[in-house]
Design a protein around this ligand. Structure first.
Ligand code: ZN
Length: 307
């Protein structure tokens, strides 16, 4: 087994990836309270909302209000999802309220068409303009590639195609590329090869991030495989919230609590206080009024009685 890093970076994406996929619209005041709680767990990266059109994603129509009202310390980088230049224009009106943007597209034509009604090339052309302008505005930029490990419509997604898209995003200004297992098709053997090949293909000057979903219960196994292949950056959602609306029923980012618990038990630091995180997750469970997928929320942290 390869050596594991002493520390990894975790981005909490629940307030965007999670809340977007809830059937109900969560009240702005609840979102603000939950984001403020997450920002006090020690997490250093937090995706807060998006600037997608309100009629497309009504769950995040209050992006402006959320950004205006949250109280996040300066050492936490707030990220917002930007779909296009119009979204960037709207976000830039609140430029001092966030530090990072992320843009997204899919690695398969069919998934991209169903998600944003564009070809991959059309998406890339639009996002290249967004990335250029965002960098000019001093924003750190992440490109997220959905269905990087397999597509529910097209099946196999060649690595070369994913890396080709990643190179375009990097050349347009993205400093970080996240690979999304959007419908939970990846397996650990595949992931280990993928991240090793990604580093070879993309070089060392871009951060590579794993965005796994736990759709088939393999999310944490995939995390271990990615770690062993040199990945040191992960995205996850408190309470295992989130998923992809296409296709219906595909749900669940890996739970941040479960990710943090596993990493800490392996001696890999995240900087996150697990008890504080569980407090935020209990709060969101109460807001949503339903059981959540997080295991650690149910079982609590591992107790070794060592002290
Ligand atoms: Zn996700």
């Amino acid at each position: 087994m390869n050596g594991l890093p002493d520390k990894v970076r975790v981005r909490e994406v629940g307030p965007r990836d999670g809340f977007q996929n809830e059937p109900e619209v969560i009240a702005t005041a609840d979102k603000v309270r939950l984001i403020d709680a997450l920002a006090r767990t020690g997490v250093k990266r937090l995706e807060a909302t998006s600037f997608v059109r309100a009629d497309v994603i009504p769950q995040l129509a209050d992006g402006r209000e959320v950004l205006e009202q949250i109280d996040v310390r300066g050492d936490v980088a707030v990220s917002v999802l930007i779909p296009n230049e119009r979204g960037l224009d709207n976000a830039l009106e609140l430029r001092d309220r966030f530090q990072e943007i992320n843009v997204f597209l899919s690695a398969s034509e069919t998934h991209n068409r169903k998600n944003v009604n564009r070809s991959i090339e059309e998406s890339l052309t639009g996002l290249e303009a967004v990335l250029g302008r965002a960098r000019e505005a001093g924003l750190r930029c992440e490109g997220v590639i959905s269905v990087s490990f397999g597509c529910p419509y097209e099946g196999d997604v060649p690595e070369e195609r994913v890396f080709g898209i990643a190179k375009r995003l990097r050349e347009a200004g993205a400093q970080e590329i996240a690979f999304g297992d959007t419908t939970g098709m990846a397996n650990p053997r595949q992931v280990r090869g993928f991240f090793a090949h990604a580093r070879e293909a993309l070089g060392s000057d871009v951060e590579l991030t794993a965005h796994f979903h736990n759709t088939r219960g393999q999310g944490l196994a995939n995390v271990l495989a990615a770690l062993e292949a040199g990945c040191e950056s992960f995205e996850s959602s408190f309470g295992e919230l989130g998923g992809c609306p296409v296709p219906p029923g595909a749900t669940g980012n890996i739970a941040t609590e479960d990710l943090v618990s596993m990493l800490h038990e392996m001696g890999v630091d995240t900087g996150i206080d697990l008890e504080a995180l569980l407090g935020a997750t209990r709060d969101v469970a109460a807001v949503l009024g339903r059981p959540l997928g997080s295991h650690t929320l149910v079982a609590g942290p591992v107790e070794w009685h060592r002290d």
